[in-house]
Design a protein around this ligand. Sequence first.
Ligand SMILES: [Fe+2]
Length: 137
Amino acid sequence: MPELISGTAVTNRNRTANMLKTQWYVCPLCGNVISAAGEGAFHCCGIALPPLVPEEPDESHTISVECMDGEYFVRMEHPMTKSHYLSFFAAVTSERVTLVKLYPEQEPETRLPARGHGWLYACCNRHGLFRIPLPKR
Ligand SMILES: [Fe+2]
């Protein structure tokens, strides 16, 4: 129904898309995070959410990754204040999305399972979505 109202039709051509094509939607009002296996029409707080377009990290959003004990230790030197913080880290492979939600005042770091090839995402509430390839183990 929201698609009909907005007049924007979403058609996913590849119905067997793997999770590497995951799309991210973040509500700018409440911070809700939605991951979808393909593009879709999602609304939150009365707003139609466009899919976030991931960018290569800039110098203030550099993602550092170390592999230890079968996990990635992921960290970004980044503010974690109430107005500017990392909202989540996520590891995405062809079959799995692992999302770790972060909150203000926490450390900007987490551990993620080291499995397969894919993408490592970090999302800043002010500057958007960044991603790098998951490093080889
Ligand atoms: Fe930021």
